[in-house]
Design a protein around this ligand. Structure first.
Ligand code: HEC
Length: 190
């Protein structure tokens, strides 16, 4: 009898140990998968030049470089666009702010959005919202909202694979949150 009890205890202990280690293995696998997704997202953000527009710049002798304190945080709320001679817009010109974070065009004035993990950025967005903004060009990723203005090149992203969008989303959610409320876009009345 004792022998059977001992055997049952051994079997139970072994299966418990096995189930613990298999959950740990699963958790480790999913942590590794997430880390790989974030790394891929960072790579995709770099090669698609999101920072060209979404990161304010510091001017150096070698040209503009991304301001690391404002990485992907959009047009700095404390800055102001210098006055613009809007008569040039009637002659086919659009003006790009030298930092890349704002554009004045015949359609109006657009300011690159804060896409960091802060709540003034996309920190409280769902993946679904992010996909809607990226592939349908909707402000704040909500279907009933206005269309995003140029130069956000969302038309280029309409066919982006869902796993790439997810990787970019996971990377952006892992960025340093930067509190920065970007000015509202201004629509031209002409
Ligand atoms: C050529 C400039 C440019 C590039 C490149 C660019 N964006 Fe944008 N993006 C903008 C501008 C400007 C806006 C704001 C447009 C508006 O308010 O109508 C914007 C808006 C967005 C929005 C919507 C934000 C909101 O609050 O609704 C998201 C999300 C976004 N961009 C993500 C990205 C990602 C990710 C990349 C790279 C894969 C990228 N953008 C590349 C200029 C750019």
């Amino acid at each position: 009898m004792k022998k059977y009890i001992l055997l049952a205890v051994i079997v139970a202990a072994t299966s418990l140990a096995y189930s613990c280690s298999s959950t740990e293995v699963e958790e480790e696998k999913s942590t590794n998968a997430k880390a790989a997704r974030i790394a891929r997202g960072e790579y995709l953000v770099k090669i698609s030049g999101c920072g060209d527009c979404h990161s304010p710049k510091i001017m150096t002798p070698k040209g503009p470089v991304e301001d690391s304190a404002y990485l992907l945080a959009g047009f700095r709320s404390k800055d102001h666009l210098p006055p613009v001679d809007s008569s040039v817009l009637k002659n086919g010109w659009a003006l790009f702010y030298a930092e890349g974070t704002a554009m004045v065009s015949p359609m109006g004035i657009s300011y690159a959005a804060n896409i960091t993990a802060d709540e003034t950025g996309i920190g409280n967005w769902t993946l679904e919202q992010f996909k809607t903004a990226m592939t349908e060009g909707k402000w704040k990723g909500l279907k009933d909202n206005r269309q995003l203005l140029p130069p956000m090149p969302w038309q280029n992203f309409t066919k982006m694979h869902p796993e790439d969008l997810e990787a970019i989303y996971d990377y952006l959610q892992s960025t340093k949150p930067v509190e920065n409320i970007v000015p509202m876009a201004v629509f031209s009345t002409q």
